[in-house]
Write a protein that binds this ligand. Structure first.
Ligand code: PGA
Length: 258
């Protein structure tokens, strides 16, 4: 199964800096069959980078979108407007949920808007530290998956990616143990199984995100059921990001050689 290495640049780098950084990545990031490398710069940089990058080496993702296709929504960017510029879009990232109060209904609409416009949504889910402490992780993940994928058809589920990102791990330098990641990913896959059947439960890519770096990437990529990484901070360091693409390729090769 394909591996995904997705870099979320968040609100960093202006257009000029983004272009310079993409030049560095072009030098460093290996092109590996079976590894899909995606960078998610600010929306402003999507257009210039779509002309700059080698699309065999890297794809582009947006960090967010609005769910209406057009209209009087000042300041928003529609999934329809990302068509042709990005192939992926992050939906329901914890910073969107917690800083911008995005709720499950809005996130569900965004997933649908992405699919309607030919973009692959990366639906981000994850529990807060309090929820984890209260033993609520399974419940929270289940709810976020059910709600986010509620109106997705069984013919569309193959175009969806899930990212498990525990809120407490994002930007904190703390990560769950690989066995804890395996457990959460299993819960996510089982919920997808309930909704879309057994095939979907195994075939939908489930990524891990939250304080991933070059040092911990390998053990996380080896965790059972993990299909890739969603990387924030470390995606802005070219050799780290490129190194993780290489690790994904190595792990994939080992899996294939069995
Ligand atoms: P981090 O961010 O790697 O900096 O923790 C991950 C994310 O927010 O997607």
């Amino acid at each position: 199964m394909k591996k995904f290495i997705i870099g979320n640049w968040k609100m960093n780098l202006n257009v000029h800096e983004a272009s310079l950084f993409a030049t560095k990545l072009a030098q460093d990031v290996p092109i590996k069959r079976g590894v899909e490398t995606v960078i998610c710069p600010s929306s402003l940089a999507l257009s210039p980078l779509s002309l700059q990058i080698n699309h065999r080496q890297m794809k582009l993702g947006a960090q967010n979108c609005y769910w209406r296709d057009e209209g009087a929504f000042t300041g928003e960017i529609a999934a329809a407007q990302l068509r042709g510029l990005a192939q992926y879009v992050l939906v329901g990232h914890s910073e969107r949920r917690h800083i911008f109060d995005e709720d499950d209904r809005e996130i569900r609409f965004k997933v649908q808007a992405a699919l309607r416009n030919g973009l692959t949504p990366v639906l981000c889910v994850g529990e807060t530290e309090t929820e984890r402490g209260e033993g609520d992780t399974a419940h929270v993940l289940g709810d976020q998956i059910v709600s986010g994928l509620l109106n997705v058809g069984s013919d569309q589920i193959d175009d969806v990616l899930i990212a498990y990102e525990p809120v407490w791990a994002i930007g904190s330098g703390r990560t769950p143990e690989p066995n804890e990641i395996e457990e959460a990913v299993k819960m996510i896959r089982s919920q997808i199984g309930h909704m879309f059947g057994r095939n979907a439960a195994t075939s939908v890519p489930v990524l891990y995100g939250g304080s991933v770096n070059l040092a911990n990437a390998e053990s996380i990529l080896r965790a059972k059921g993990v299909s890739g990484l969603l990387i924030g901070g470390a995606s802005l360091i070219a050799p780290e990001f490129a190194g993780m693409v290489q690790i994904a390729a190595d792990v994939l090769k080992e899996e294939k050689d069995g």
